[in-house]
Design a protein around this ligand. Sequence first.
Ligand code: AMP
Ligand code: MG
Length: 488
Amino acid sequence: MTFAFDNTYARLPERFFARQAPVPVPQPRLIKLNEALAHQLGLDPEALRSPEGLAMLAGNQVPAGADPLAMAYAGHQFGGFVPRLGDGRAILLGEILDPRGERYDIQLKGSGRTPFSRGGDGRAWLGPVLREYLLSEAMHALGIPTTRSLAAVATGELVYREAGPLPGAVLTRVARGHVRVGTFEYFQARQDTDALRQLADYVLARHYPEARASDQPYRALLVAVVARQAELVARWLGVGFIHGVMNTDNMSITGETIDYGPCAFMDAYHPGQVYSSIDHGGRYAYGNQPQIAQWNLARLAQALLPLLDPDQDQAVAQAQAVIDGFAPGFEQAYLACFRAKLGLLEAQEGDADLIDGLLRAMAATGADFTNSFRALNAAAAGAEGPLRAQLGDGGPATAWISRWQARLAGETTSPQTRSAAMRRANPAVIPRNHQVEAALEAAVAGDLKPLDTLLQVLAQPWDAGPGGEEFQRPPAPHQVVQRTFCGT
Ligand code: AMP
Ligand code: MG
């Protein structure tokens, strides 16, 4: 079994990373292998399952051609700057090209201590590893850019957390890249402009070739990253996703969702919803995510200042202008996303207000986010019952429904076209917290069936499928998950 590695990051200067092999584990056991992803990457699932493949996925054997390293990065965590974070429990094995020539990082997470581990053990435990596996694959199925999960391996080693000894695990993460906003901040903090330029050139060549061709490539890079993040956060809002730890070290330069810690998909709609146990101030609440994305991008802009213009006043003005472009870019992406959810296929003045009206009605009754939007599909086709059940039969909800129906009637769109578009805009199933927790609890106890079922259902989120009603049901009051944990 071989990965055909071609490791561009490892060819960057030594101060970009620390060379570090994964630390072997006593008893690797394959828990999950993502066969569909393996095929997509041109890897042979059978070879990955073999003892040799398993040894690689566990970090016990460094595959030929790999150049294992821990990436250096800094980051603003909850607003405070930490000049040195880096991969403290992850190893970039290397990069591979899929059959279409697309480049992907292969990273082991939970693979042991590195020079960036600080006080940590460099390990992960099975619960959060499977959580990332499940949620990242669900995100992918929803069509939202994300890192992916190729495999989860139990290590046979115990890791010690507040809750006591827990089974250790390693996740194989696949991403278009692992450069973060915090990677730029790392070199900014060291006033290492040469490294900043090399990093920016690397990112331009690998991820933003269009921007590289511009006459102001670094400015174009910032514009492009801002655009991708605006789009990404709009898409998160469209499925009720709350990242939970939008620190700058958890914002990928590629525009992929990365670092599934205490993230959650919300059940009852509330713009202030927070699940993360460490987000005391609600900094990363559902409705704050656009602003936080912009704040993080301003940190990127700041790091790029030395590259934007030799005259720093000019550079600041340029950076400010690009960052100011986030809000309109986000607004456009958000409107496109929510127009589709409401079945509005022709943009009109006043759409933002119509969308707002629905969200206000939902917040007033604590309506289920996913099911309310899904109920719009039926309502657009004439069956208003499920929608009224979500929004209540009171005045504001009824008034909103009439206004929306009138707006739909004013379009030339055919009902078939609208129905097909709405089906793809409003998933039937999302990873509901109580179901995620139950599946993970069973998996950790040795029963993988609930996790497999959930993975299967979430792989086709646009249809609940036979027996799927169970996965559309919001939690009963006693099932509501109030808090999610980083669980590192
Ligand atoms: P995260 O909260 O996963 O984004 O991680 C923030 C920082 O803490 C990163 O530098 C991680 O590498 C580091 N970190 C998290 N968990 C561990 C661990 N168990 N051992 C070492 N470093 C860790
Ligand atoms: Mg992180």
